[in-house]
Ligand binder design. Structure first.
Ligand code: ADP
Ligand code: MG
Length: 224
């Protein structure tokens, strides 16, 4: 169970951001990735979520590979079909949530799984309503994102990321726009998700939050 990233390197314009970095998350862990601004934390999370490509290394979740290191050390990406299998095992909640502004809250949740034909519309609606209920935001299901507060949009983004029961859920700076009470609410929701066996990765510069809710901490100092 869990995610492994082995010997990962990434550079932009000949500047190395991540070099020979090894990382793993087991089921139920809440790993916090902390470190100074500009040290590559978001880049690492984007690599795991296929939003950037690693130059070197191997990334997989259980039996589903995203890329494999070849004999010359380069990261070779697997076929589109295999990448899709991998991507269904991992979800990401963005710092700015990235909800679709022209879709309702319910539509935001069902869009990807139904477009990929992974669920019927009825199944997707049922699952979305269950998750929105768990996130205490079901009452807003027919509203558009723009009418919700930041904290409410974040809960929708969490529900959306959970639609396919990913093994791994990633959060980029989940508390940066929240007051302390709201942040604690999110921390407790993250603990509940982890208690069901999901492995969590949180990028944060909120040390207090990391200490309170993380089960293990990694520093981005170890990227280079
Ligand atoms: N797409 C990109 N193109 C060029 N440079 C980038 C790109 N993404 C990130 N960087 C650079 O990589 C470094 C790490 O950025 P980032 O991962 O956002 O750091 P953090 O999340 O730790 O603040 C920064 O110097 C940033 O400017
Ligand atoms: Mg960042």
């Amino acid at each position: 169970m869990g995610l492994k990233a082995i010997n990962i390197s990434k550079e932009f314009n000949d500047i190395k951001v991540i070099k020979d970095f090894d990382f793993a998350i087991e089921a139920g862990e809440i790993v916090t990735l902390i470190g100074k601004s500009g040290t590559g934390k978001t880049t690492f999370m984007r690599l795991l979520n296929q939003l950037e490509k690693a130059d070197n290394g191997t990334i997989f979740i259980e039996d589903d590979y995203l890329c494999r290191e070849t004999a010359n050390g380069k990261a070779e990406y697997v076929s589109k079909k295999e990448r899709l299998a991998y991507s269904n095992q991992i979800g990401m909640v963005f710092q700015d949530y990235q909800l679709f502004p022209n879709l309702t809250i319910l539509e935001n949740c069902i869009e990807a799984p139904t477009a990929q034909k992974l669920m019927s519309k009825e199944q997707a609606v049922k699952k979305a309503e269950l998750l929105l209920g768990q996130m205490d935001i079901l009452g807003k299901k027919d509203e558009f994102p723009g009418t919700l507060s930041g904290g409410q949009q974040q809960r929708v983004a969490i529900a959306r990321a959970m639609m396919l029961n990913p093994q791994i859920l990633c959060f980029d700076e989940p508390t940066s726009a929240l007051d302390r009470d709201t942040a604690n609410g999110v921390g407790k929701m993250i603990q509940d998700i982890a208690a069901d066996g999901t492995g969590i990765l949180i990028v944060t510069h909120d040390i207090e939050f990391a200490e309170q809710y993380g089960t293990r901490s990694v520093s981005s100092d170890s990227f280079i």
